[in-house]
Design a protein around this ligand. Structure first.
Ligand code: GLY
Length: 370
């Protein structure tokens, strides 16, 4: 019997597996597709809590706390094979194309100033000096220098290698049901069943399809995101650029990732003409140089959205050995370090972290088991 089973090998599952391995747990990871093949592979990897959390101070605080954990999270992990950095604090620039958008940025800057978050408002002409590919008629912008991005697939692969070095193993199977078995937890899958005293459910959108004996399935639904890969002969973007309809993440190798659609399409992982066109139109509006880019690819992922768009992390009431680590929606990469930290604390029997009250699955209790 393994000490801990982690269901899901995305960045959340691999981050949890690595943290548990460092704590001395023998970890068995279950995933139907292997490491980093779900939403992780279609993530732009943005670490931008003050943008993602602009309408939700709770999400902003969780994200800011997790952003501060990134250095420690990847300390000791191997860099990507070609020596590319696993993550970069490039900063971000949000654009205002007109007066209304500028007023919104001004208001946001006021809130950042009140909260002591480093930022600056820049004029259109200043933007043209620092980001020459951005559209000329830009009104103003908001710079947040602490933001950054990570290569979600490289970080996830590195987390998995680190886990493997500590004895973790992976079985490719689809989990169907989780049930209590005395003091342990039994996981029934497409290729047989496994039991362990601790099971962590980190299956992303698919968590909602897994039956849990004695309680409703996880309250997550898939929200499709399409992400474009473009490249320029002489790319000049130096930081993440946000418009109101898309964002662009410039990679050191010249690739620019453009994301992302938000679509309610069930478990349909297809790229669509409508999705690609929406993103290309939005990108060319804020960065006209993209008209001359090569279109090198499109990726599609299903974000696990919870009813309040906050993560779902904590013990199950029906099965005490089961810990949920799901519902990360648009911020799985950003929140991976905090999630790994919280799950490792829960596994040690320490549930005193105040964040656990916010992300507790109990906030959805009252739902009826189906
Ligand atoms: N984190 C951005 C997105 O999910 O599109």
């Amino acid at each position: 019997m393994a000490d801990a089973i982690v269901i899901g090998a995305g960045i959340i599952g691999c981050g949890v597996a690595d943290a548990l391995g460092r704590d001395g747990w023998r970890v068995h990871v279950l995933d139907p597709r292997g490491v980093g093949r779900g939403a992780t592979q279609a993530s732009a990897g943005m670490l931008t809590p003050y943008s993602e959390g602009r309408h939700d101070p709770v999400l902003e605080r969780l994200g800011a706390r997790s952003l501060a954990m990134w250095d420690a999270f990847i300390a000791g992990l191997q860099e990507a094979p070609e020596g590319a950095p696993l993550y970069s604090r490039s900063g971000s620039l949000e654009l205002a194309l007109d007066e209304d958008e500028a007023a919104d940025l001004q208001q946001r800057a006021g809130i950042l100033a009140r909260d002591g978050i480093e930022h600056s408002l820049v004029t259109g002409s200043q933007i043209r000096q620092i980001e020459r590919d951005v559209v000329a008629h830009c009104h103003s912008g908001l710079l947040i220098p602490t933001h950054g991005y990570a290569s979600a697939t490289d970080v996830t692969a590195a987390l998995w290698s680190s886990s493997e070095r500590r004895g973790a193993r992976l079985t490719q199977c689809r989990v169907q049901r989780i049930e209590r078995e005395g003091d342990a937890v039994r996981v029934v899958s497409s290729t047989g069943s496994f039991a362990a005293p601790l099971v962590v459910l980190a299956a992303g959108s698919w968590g909602g399809t897994i039956e849990i004996a004695g309680e409703p399935s996880e309250p997550v639904r898939p929200v499709r995101g399409q992400l474009l890969y473009l490249s320029w002969p002489e790319p000049s973007l130096r930081r993440i650029v946000w418009g109101t309809r898309c964002y662009a993440v410039p990679w050191p190798d010249g690739t620019v990732l453009v994301g992302a659609t938000l679509e309610d399409a069930g478990f349909d992982e297809r790229a669509t003409v409508a999705g690609v066109r929406e993103l290309l139109d939005a990108m060319c509006e804020i960065v006209p140089a993209a008209w001359h880019a090569s279109f090198t690819g499109v990726r599609v992922g299903l974000r696990p959205g919870s009813p309040d768009a906050l993560p779902v992390i904590g013990r199950s009431d029906a099965i005490p050995g089961l810990v949920h680590a799901s519902g990360h929606y648009r911020n799985g990469v950003l929140l991976a370090p905090l999630t790994a930290h919280l799950v490792s604390r829960i596994a040690r029997g320490d549930e005193t972290d105040p964040a656990l009250a916010i992300v507790s699955p109990r906030r959805f209790s009252g739902r009826v088991a189906t």
